[in-house]
Ligand binder design. Sequence first.
Ligand SMILES: NC(=O)c1ccc[n+]([C@@H]2O[C@H](COP(=O)([O-])OP(=O)(O)OC[C@H]3O[C@@H](n4cnc5c(N)ncnc54)[C@H](OP(=O)(O)O)[C@@H]3O)[C@@H](O)[C@H]2O)c1
Length: 294
Amino acid sequence: MKILIIGASGLVGGNCLRHFKTQENVEVLGTYYSYPTSDTVYYNTLNPNDDKNANLDSFYPDVIVHTGALTFVDYCEDHVEESYDRTVNSTKCAVKLATKYNARLVFLSTDYVFDGEAGPYNEEALTNPLSVYAKHKLEAEKIVTFNNPKNLVLRVTSIYGNDFRQNNFISRIINQVEEGKEWSMNLPSDQYATPTNAMDIARAIYVLVRDYKGGIYNIASTDFVNRVQLANRVLSYFPEHKCTVIPTPTSELNQKAKRPLVGGLLSTKFLTEYPDFTFTNIDDYLRNGRKKIE
Ligand SMILES: NC(=O)c1ccc[n+]([C@@H]2O[C@H](COP(=O)([O-])OP(=O)(O)OC[C@H]3O[C@@H](n4cnc5c(N)ncnc54)[C@H](OP(=O)(O)O)[C@@H]3O)[C@@H](O)[C@H]2O)c1
């Protein structure tokens, strides 16, 4: 099986690249867009005619994992066209690419497609996106599932893990602590999610594509925490830290985009089909999962 990962310089894509390379009978090719890494080639899903695009004909993928999106939720509120371009139009391009190679497409979506009135959510729950980013994700989901019943939409949330840029919420806290910085941070005490390690997402993607699964799956670990609890859990592993977390209700944070408050996901369908699959959790990662990626 040949798997093309669009966005292998990112958190999910990078973990996919590392995981798929360890699988027998899998050939993998990863792409970057603005952040070249040693084992990726350039590809721009916004412009299939971009001169710099790698020629994918010689690779001819069976599966395309598409991770690219504009993920700054607040920025998307004020940059609707750009958000549409980078989430919906880029997905249309990925769909065209998949059609060209007769490949199955894997699209990464979000728990933000729900309104956060009653999370964590299973796959049957009704969607009701609150923000521009979330609306565009939902639109892209529909394009992907409509195109081919063997395409996969994986809803994920609050991802952490090892990546080149160490730019996710947990990594950023750890970086500040390790630099010995003294800081305080207002964090929402009422935004709940189910943080998930990107490597678990990569493992789940692999078994799903190996088994020709299609449709919508939630992929989430069993931790269910708000941002304050998550930050404090991280800090508890660094007793020398000089950080103060100030629990703050969302209503006082002036975040531009509305967030689902009681969000998060239940991997109900996935775990019914794969009862032996184990998700790791935040403590596993903080105890012995951290690794520098170069
Ligand atoms: N992180 C989360 O907590 C979270 C939560 C819910 C859903 N998701 C979804 O999961 C997916 C992956 O998230 P992530 O955290 O892994 O994001 P990420 O680290 O920002 O990675 C995104 C990847 O997409 C690439 N990319 C961006 N624009 C592109 C374009 N026009 N053409 C080709 N590639 C492009 C980026 O390349 P460069 O970096 O080289 O520019 C990067 O490799 C996203 O769709 C996101 O919406 C993430």
